[in-house]
Design a protein around this ligand. Structure first.
Ligand SMILES: Nc1nc2c(ncn2[C@@H]2O[C@H](COP(=O)(O)OP(=O)(O)OP(=O)(O)O)[C@@H](O)[C@H]2O)c(=O)[nH]1
Length: 782
């Protein structure tokens, strides 16, 4: 069993022999360990063990660094996520976070391995191994007369239930049976005196090891020349050094020189001096009879040891130096503790001063524990705590920067959002106004065009005869030829009208359209941003072809009901005269006469119609009869009618007048008949065509002008629609930008909030480490 449990029996023994111990430090210790109940004494010793300072500090700082590690991972993820957009954090900061993580992980690993290390040095056979065994309460290390320890042996606690050992550079677990001998054999056979063998001892078997104390035994400093190497390899991380001296002799130069070397390399190392084998000195017969002389010897040893520590090494103040020198017997303590644990028979005959030596050893252990605990807390944890605080502070700075940057960015985004909303509202209103004005302009232009097309077409209709006259395809009265002639004339007239209208109107239309387009473009482009404006100017505005109005004058269709009348008609014929003088009424009469099928060939001469009363005593009824007969005669073209008509005239005006008239009439008829040539037929045809087309074209003037203005309207509205679409797209883009700015502002707010939370966490961790320093490190230093 370990040292702590043996303290109970030591305390019990002390009750008998403590009176011999006058040293005040042992009295103080006696009071602490005078406990009636062994179990409660163990519990008390465990709970009040100074080593618990280190144990609790280690647990606390490990817990804190666990939190720091989790925190660094969380913050690292946060920063890595932010680095994607590269606004708030840079790639360098991500790398820095990786560095923090590596540092914290490294510290955590070191912390997990951290322990309190005590190294034992002294000349061969001074009892170093025995002291360690006594402290551990078990024969773990080999000890014996002569040079037994040939390399460094480190005893440390392990969670496993069975002990094992490992050698330097070889993590393989080696057999544990006869561990002392095995370690000894390893030292002898394979390893140099600077090499290290680690003995992993179950923590459950020893409180000291459970409390993270590691004990290192060394070969005798008087038999090695590798002292510098020892210091480098085994002393620099030691918290406490124990010089195991032989109380039978004074401190040797080899011992002193070694610690001079140590104190040169380390600042004020913690050194305890154990005057071991004090039992042998105390058992000298001369001291048994005269205990005062033993005290003198003790005093001499004490003065030299104190002088060595205070004046030579200067590692401790004079008033504390006596607390570092103890007169003990490791052999007796080990025996006592082995007996207490049942591994060995109880010592029946206790030598003189046994209890006080046992007690002084315990006192050493107490002082040693206090010292190593405080020292180890400072040496092991202070730097880590400082580093942890530095990391926490650096992260606070970084997060504060991110928080502030995110806040500023958010403000910018909100401002941008406000500006965009204003612009959106403004553009919407301006678009409404512009649309209204443009529509009015378009309507105005459309009416103007309508009016101009109408006027131009009317003028063209007025000059239609000229257009028809220009048509000089060969004319023949043959129906087939005439049909082709008509078709070609339709085309000529349609094309001519279209061409003339275009010539008259295209400049007006173009300038109107152009000015309107320029106006609407100027109005709309101001609603676009620079980029969209350029785009519009590049792809939208230039027309590939100039706009042309299609007049759609389809004369073939328009004049399809045209039927020419190019039969010869004597201008002084009854029908012509009737038509001339009586107009439609005569026509109706003619029609009626035709329908009544008046018999032909009355033989009467046609008479010039007149509105005046008939001369030569011809009554109204006679004129009516003559007219009817003439009409019937001409209408029937028969000789009977003519005969009847002539008969009537002979009877009325006399044969001479009739004869003369008929001669003249016949001459005229012959003249007209002879001059009724193809050319005359063509003229008649064209005249009829002009009349017919004029009438029909007049009917479509409104339709055509409407059609043209509609085309202009379509063109302008098309342009306006394209421009409006651009503005609409611009508005959609702006709305999207508003939403994006809103989302970004929200994200930035969340980022700032998250950065603040993380900053608070860093502050909390810094405070935790501060409290840790205050609780453990500040206390340990004072
Ligand atoms: N009487 C007496 N003998 C002791 C005491 N301490 C150690 N011894 C004996 O001294 C001898 C050497 O003890 P070790 O513990 O092996 O000494 P060491 O300093 O480790 O020796 P090395 O390992 O060789 O350097 C052993 O026989 C021990 O029993 C003591 O306090 N009193």
């Amino acid at each position: 069993m370990c040292a702590m449990s043996s303290a109970v029996s030591a305390s019990a023994s002390m009750l008998n022999g403590a009176a011999t111990l006058s040293n005040s430090k042992t009295n103080a210790a006696k009071n602490k360990y005078t406990l009636s109940d062994p179990s409660s004494a163990l519990a008390a010793s465990n709970s009040t063990s100074p080593l618990q300072i280190f144990v609790r500090a280690k647990k606390k700082i490990n817990d804190i660094f666990q939190e720091i590690e989790e925190y660094v991972v969380e913050t690292g993820n946060f920063i890595a996520a932010l680095s994607k957009d590269g606004v708030l954090v840079t790639e360098k900061e991500v790398v820095t976070m990786d560095g923090y993580f590596n540092k914290v992980s490294g510290i955590k690993e070191v912390l997990a391995r951290d322990h309190m290390k005590v190294a034992f040095f002294g000349r061969t056979s001074n009892g170093k191994s025995s002291v360690i065994n006594a402290m551990l309460g078990d024969k773990i290390l080999p000890s014996g007369i002569g040079h037994t320890t040939n390399c460094f042996l480190q005893v440390e606690g392990d969670e496993s239930n069975e002990p094992f050992l490992t050698t330097e550079g070889n993590a393989e677990r080696q057999s544990v049976s006869g561990i002392g001998q095995l370690a000894h054999a390893l030292c002898n056979n394979r390893l140099g005196d600077s090499s290290l063998v680690t003995i992993h001892w179950p923590k459950t078997r020893c409180q000291l090891l459970r409390d993270d104390v590691v004990l290192v035994d060394s070969p005798g400093i008087d038999v090695s020349e590798s002292l510098d190497e020892w210091i480098d390899k085994h002393c620099l991380d030691a918290d406490v050094f124990v010089l195991v001296s032989n109380a039978e002799s004074t401190l040797m130069n080899t011992e002193k020189n070694f610690f001079h070397k140590v104190s040169q390399r380390l600042s004020k190392p913690n050194i305890f001096i154990l005057q071991n084998r004090w039992d042998v000195a105390a058992s000298e017969p001369e001291y048994l009879t005269e205990p005062a002389r033993l005290n003198e010897v003790r005093q001499q040893h004490m003065e030299r040891a104190v002088g060595f520590l205070c004046e030579e090494l200067k590692v401790v103040a004079p008033q504390e130096a006596e607390q570092r020198v103890f007169f003990v017997s490791a052999k007796e303590v080990l025996q006592q503790r082995l007996a207490d644990s049942g591994h060995q028979a109880q010592v029946t005959a206790l030598p003189e001063g046994f209890s006080s030596r046992i007690f002084e050893f315990k006192d050493f252990e107490r002082r040693f524990e206090e010292c190593i605990s405080k020292t180890a807390v400072v040496t092991k944890f202070d730097q880590h705590a400082q580093r942890g605080r530095a990391i926490a502070n650096e992260l606070q700075e970084l997060l504060l920067h991110i928080q502030q940057s995110a806040g500023q960015e958010r403000e910018q985004k909100l401002q941008q959002q406000r500006t965009l909303k204003q612009r959106l509202h403004q553009v919407t209103q301006q678009l409404d106004t512009a649309t209204h004005v443009i529509k009015d302009n378009i309507q105005r232009i459309v009416h103007d065009i309508d009016r101009k097309v109408s006027a131009a077409l009317n003028e063209e209709i007025r000059h239609l005869s000229a257009l028809v006259e220009e048509f000089n395809e060969p004319f023949r009265a043959d129906p087939l030829v005439l049909n082709v002639y008509k078709k070609t004339l339709h085309s000529h007239v349609g094309a001519g009208l279209g061409c003339n209208l275009r010539a008259k109107l295209s400049d007006v239309v173009s300038s109107n359209i152009e000015s309107s387009q320029k106006d609407m473009t100027a109005r709309i482009l101001t609603l676009l941003n620079e980029e969209q404006r350029k785009l519009a100017e590049t792809f939208l505005l230039p027309r590939r072809e100039p706009f042309e109005v299609f007049y759609g004058l389809d004369c073939a269709n328009l004049c399809q009901d045209f039927h020419e009348d190019i039969e010869f008609k004597f201008s002084l014929g009854v029908v012509s005269l009737v038509k001339s003088f009586m107009g439609r009424a005569a026509c109706r009469i003619l029609n009626v006469s035709q329908t009544e099928n008046v018999p032909r060939g009355s033989g009467l001469t046609p008479q010039t119609p007149s509105n005046e009363l008939p001369p030569l005593g011809v009554s109204q009824s006679d004129w009516s009869l003559i007219s009817r007969m003439a009409v019937s005669t001409v209408g029937s073209q028969g000789s009977m009618g003519l005969v009847l008509l002539l008969g009537m005239l002979f009877k009325t005006v006399g044969w001479r007048v009739v004869g003369f008239t008929l001669t003249v009439y016949g001459g005229l008829y012959a003249y007209e008949r002879l001059t009724w040539t193809t050319k005359a037929q063509e003229r008649a045809f064209k005249r009829q065509y002009v009349q017919h087309a004029t009438a029909n074209l007049h009917r479509i003037v409104d339709v055509t002008s409407n059609n043209c203005s509609f085309q202009v309207q379509q063109e302008l509205f098309g342009m306006m629609a394209r421009l409006s679409r651009l503005v609409d797209e611009s508005l959609v883009t702006m709305k999207r930008e508003v939403r994006t700015a809103e989302q970004l502002a929200k994200q930035l707010e969340e980022t700032a909030s998250a950065a603040k939370t993380l900053r608070n966490k860093a502050h909390y961790l810094d405070r935790e480490l501060g409290v840790f320093q205050e609780t453990y490190l500040h206390t340990a230093r004072h």
